[in-house]
Design a protein around this ligand. Structure first.
Ligand code: SF4
Length: 700
């Protein structure tokens, strides 16, 4: 009924969930959001998916944190039985902001003076605005004195970014999603956009209706495959074999763009030699796709007037994730399918600001704008801008931080908006690490699984409770605007970060968001031309944007690549198996991911009433043949087990999941699937292998 009440006001903002970055309007009465409507933004043209339209009432949930909390003396942290939000009073006591901030400053300073700055670390979040992400990494680098700062990009597209930076000098997309409208061929691999980027998927489906040809390649048959001209259901860890076969055909049949290769790339001979033996016949036995189909797809992609590649975490979340992305980059480069409308490379970014948080420097080896911390020129530039000496040692990534805690080298952490006690691989290990910290500060809107292991919990502001900029998967910087006030004593995140920085002795006096954004423009050439005033008037501006009159570049690499010599680098990759493969004890392959109604670790969407009503319980998706063989019926409780842990949840029949595989979303705390996943890392992107490990399935 509340949804139909007349609103007092409307506030234009953007969706807090996925990287598509749909613009929306909040309808507000008093301090309550009544409903949400889609707005005509460049990425969504008024469209919203179920999360954007109905996933907003988490902000009014009774479990919102409304005051700082301090762990009661003598209450130990239990990494196995995490605290239920209802039990909060048993472990924490309320504190004033002054007390909490003084405690934080004292403990962080004590750890730094005793063990050095590298004994501290911070995880920022892709849920944060660009300004929050920028200040957070600045605090870690200048206040803690270390580059130990990372965020969830490490768990989603770190390997894609590693390959893109190495190959073409830029980690962001070359063309917006909407460019599918101008493509003759759309190649979607390792992505399930109807679930994870739903409005983006509608543009793909519309393009197919208008005549574009769609190639979908994925071990699971997604809904989008129904619209495909070719659907390649390849074996789950065989991406490189599949892609090398396509490269082989394109080179062997002389479907390459020789002029583009000669003028704009280097390394072609090595690539050619690397794939010379990767005939479709040879690769077919590895990837499971027939030689005829491999040849047909290679020809279709290479010979179209405009082919675009979009990929997701099916490509990146492997120990060979960087190699997978290298192959995709090579496909685009040797065919000249980049640098024009309707072509290019688009790693679909997951969270609504994972692009912006990475750009702003929430990365342990890079300052803002991807400037290497070990590059003396970049170091000097940031030392001058921030007026302080900086470490030139690359910091620890997410999983490395957990390992360092257990090794005793990291002792204190500040976690803003991330939930590694749900999102990290091999959770029992990760939770043990978080519980082992001498001092943990968590800033969030709910008592998340991570917050329940904290020493101090700070009540933060939810997305509609603050203003800031957010950068979507298309490199569009968009303005999110405050619609309501935070509850109780919850505070704006920017205020909290600045207060902690001041407690550490940093002379920070940012009086407005605009001041922070102006400093970011000085730090980041890519957004120099985007001013706060322009954002307020235009709401969305794409970078690179060189000056105030610049409309920005939606399509990049039109003439050269941002590499030292302007050329792209072709990097060969060889097929490698996953780190852990099935055997007689653990005969199934586990694939983890997301589902349409829930977002990441579920901290927001599982408290959104409509979304939780649609998908209230944890399920594992298995092929009906497997269910029958195991004498399990859909709806039965089953037990999943790996070498690292086990969980119980409900079985669901799914013909899209291939026999021998199990798909489980990672948003359910009561059946946290990451207890089973493997922490093996890609050697370049340092991303864990969430898309492949060995498990057993038992009827309960
Ligand atoms: Fe939000 Fe993504 Fe859905 Fe758009 S597609 S409404 S950005 S979750």
């Amino acid at each position: 009924a509340a949804a139909h009440q007349p609103a007092d006001k409307t506030v234009d903002s953007v969706c807090p969930y996925c990287g598509v970055g749909c613009q929306l309007t909040y309808h507000v009465k008093g301090n309550t959001i009544l409903r949400v409507e889609g707005r005509k933004g460049p990425a969504n043209e008024g469209r919203l998916c179920v999360k954007g339209r109905y996933g907003f009432d988490y902000v009014h949930h009774e479990q919102r944190l409304t005051q700082p909390l301090v762990r009661r003396e003598g209450v130990t942290k239990n990494p196995v039985d995490l605290l239920d939000p209802e039990q909060v009073n048993s472990a924490f006591r309320p504190a004033t902001w002054d007390e909490a901030l003084a405690l934080i400053a004292g403990r962080f300073k004590q750890i730094k003076s005793t063990h050095g700055g590298h004994a501290l670390a911070g995880f920022g979040s892709a849920k944060c605005s660009n300004e929050e992400a920028y200040l957070f990494q600045k605090l870690v680098r200048t206040g803690f004195g270390t580059n130990n700062v990372d965020h969830c990009t490490r768990l989603c597209h770190a390997s894609s970014v590693a390959a893109l930076l190495e190959g073409i000098g830029s980690g962001a997309v070359s063309n917006p999603v909407m460019d599918v409208n101008q493509a003759e061929v759309i190649f979607v691999i390792g992505a399930n956009p109807t679930v994870n980027h739903p409005v983006g998927a509608t543009w793909i489906k519309n393009a197919v209706k208008n005549g574009a040809k769609l190639i979908v390649a994925d071990p699971r048959r997604s809904d989008l495959a129904r619209h495909a001209t070719h659907f390649l259901q390849f074996k789950a860890d065989s991406d490189v074999a599949l892609l090398n076969a396509l490269l082989h055909v394109i080179i062997e049949e002389k479907l390459i763009d020789r002029e583009f290769i000669e003028q704009r790339t280097e390394g072609f001979d090595d690539l050619k030699a690397n794939v010379s033996a990767c005939t479709p016949e040879a690769m077919s036995s590895i990837c499971g796709i027939s030689p005829a189909e491999l040849r047909a797809v290679a020809r279709l992609y290479a010979t179209s007037s405009a082919s675009i590649i979009l990929w997701g975490m099916g490509i990146s979340q492997h120990t060979h994730g960087t190699d997978n992305a290298r192959c995709l980059i090579s496909l685009a480069l040797i065919t000249g399918q980049i640098g024009r409308p309707g072509t290019g490379l688009h790693p679909l970014r997951g969270q609504n600001n994972v692009q912006g948080a990475s750009d702003a420097g929430l990365i342990p080896m890079m300052y803002p704008d991807y400037q290497q911390v070990c590059n003396p020129e970049a170091q000097q530039r940031f030392e001058a801008l921030w007026n302080t000496p900086l470490s030139n040692t690359p910091g620890l990534t997410v999983v490395e931080t957990m390992q360092a805690i257990l090794a005793g080298t990291v002792k204190g952490m500040y976690i803003l908006g991330e939930n590694p006690a749900m999102s990290d691989p091999d959770l029992n290990h990760a939770r043990k690490a978080l519980a082992a910290l001498d001092f943990l500060v968590v800033q969030d809107i709910f008592l998340t699984e991570t917050a329940s292991l904290a020493d101090v919990v700070l009540p933060a502001s939810a997305f509609p409770e603050k203003t800031g900029t957010f950068t979507n998967t298309d490199r569009l910087v968009q303005l999110g605007q405050q619609a309501i006030h935070p509850p109780g004593q919850a505070r704006q995140d920017l205020w909290i970060i600045q207060s902690i920085a001041q407690g550490l002795g940093l002379d920070w006096q940012y009086n407005s968001l605009e001041e922070v954004f102006d400093e970011m423009r000085r730090a980041m050439h890519s957004i120099e031309g985007i001013t706060w005033q322009r954002l307020q008037g235009e709401h969305a501006l794409v970078y690179p944007c060189a000056h105030e009159g610049d409309i920005g570049q939606a399509v990049v690499f039109t003439e050269h690549f941002p590499t030292p010599n302007g050329k792209a680098r072709l990097v060969p990759a060889r097929y490698r198996k996953a780190a852990e493969t099935p055997d007689s004890e653990f005969p199934f392959v586990l694939i983890t991911g997301r589902q349409l109604e829930h977002w990441h670790t579920g901290s927001m969407t599982r408290r959104a009433s409509v979304l939780d009503a649609i998908e209230p319980e944890p399920t594992a998706l298995l092929h009906p043949e497997d269910l029958k063989a195991l004498n399990i019926e859909a709806g039965n409780t089953i037990r999943l087990q790996s070498r690292r842990g086990e969980i119980q949840l409900f079985a669901r029949a799914d013909t899209g999941t291939p026999p021998g595989h199990v798909f489980v979303p990672f948003c359910y705390a009561e059946a946290a699937i990451n207890k089973l996943t493997h922490a093996a890392l890609d050697p370049d992107g340092k991303i864990p292998e969430f898309k492949y490990c060995a498990i057993a399935v038992h009827k309960k």
